[in-house]
Design a protein around this ligand. Sequence first.
Ligand code: ASP
Length: 405
Amino acid sequence: MQKKKLNLSVQILIGLVLGIVAGLLLQKNPEIATKYIRPLGTVFLNAIKMIIVPLVFSSLVVGVCNLNDINKLGSLGGKTFLYYMFTTLLAVSLGLVFANILNPGLGFALPTEELIVEAKEAPSFIETLVNIIPSNPLQSLVGGNMLQIIVFALVLGAGILVIGERGRALYQVFDGLAETMYKITGWIMRLAPIGVFGLMTPVVASQGMDVLQPLLKVIIAVYLASIAHMLITYSLTVRFLGRRSPLEFFKGAFPAWVTAFTTASSSGTLPVSIACAEENLKVPKPVASFVLPLGATINMDGTAIYQGVCVLFIAQVYGLDLSFAQQITVVLTATLASIGTAGVPGAGLIMLSMVLHSVGLPLEGIALVAGIDRILDMMRTSVNVLGDISASVIVSRGVDVQQQE
Ligand code: ASP
């Protein structure tokens, strides 16, 4: 079993490398990559998306039922939320530190032509909070609104738990659905090496050096801060809070990491994250099915790092100095903004407007980084997903969960 898993990771890595090579070879004809190779990635992505809603919904309902005690849900929720907040605050700070050292905006010439920005207005924090409660849960399921789905699943699971014997049949339905979805995830993951190849090639083929060159320092700052956060913060938390080997953690989470890197979507990676946590890292099912869907929706450490770097970059480009107090404001608003960021490609770019607004920076600055968003998104999503998996490992320590049957 273990050997098979390792093989799949190696295969995915080969898909990634081949995708980069093919992308480089096709840089003169990116339309070939988009037209003929991208569909391989789209098939993989669609297959993952196909199972997200039933998987999250059923596994969360079953997860709550398996806690057998409403108090356990409370303490699990509290620990998870604390860890998510703490690591996100640390992540923005790290982004700011790297940006302060590398000064990505110094010497950057503002394009002379007027910048056309179609930055959408980010929803306000209160609006986000109010919208968490679904007025029509079936609509949330159909529309794939993750936060609302989570709330409904938690309430439904709690209800089934409380009515006891009479809820047993319903529990079994969800349990069967969840198990079926896990099985299908395994099948879809066999397509991952080809899917990763199909997603990677067009990205590399269409991102020429002329787009990347002027913003190289922003890319370096985001990548370095992200690597530091993954290697240092998560190694330490996994080691000291989770009492697990960091090496084992990175190895076990690898398939989810690559899927996140190539799809740039935490929600899309969720089935893979759940499989990695349960099968490779032996996280108990009730913990994985609670912590991971929640994390894929609200815990975005990579997005927070990116926002820290980009705010400082935009301030520097416009020749504005951010005071220490303003940088603290950035830490706080970026944490909130990252919670409100959806786990889909490009969502962090939209939420950047909220952080820029909080320190009075021009929203037009978003246009400066929009061209390289995909490259940054791949890395920030990888961090987002690793953060979620690290939480599942840590929270599972000492949790005693009895299965209902
Ligand atoms: N793409 C990221 C994710 O899915 C969110 C973002 O754009 O920052 O996790």
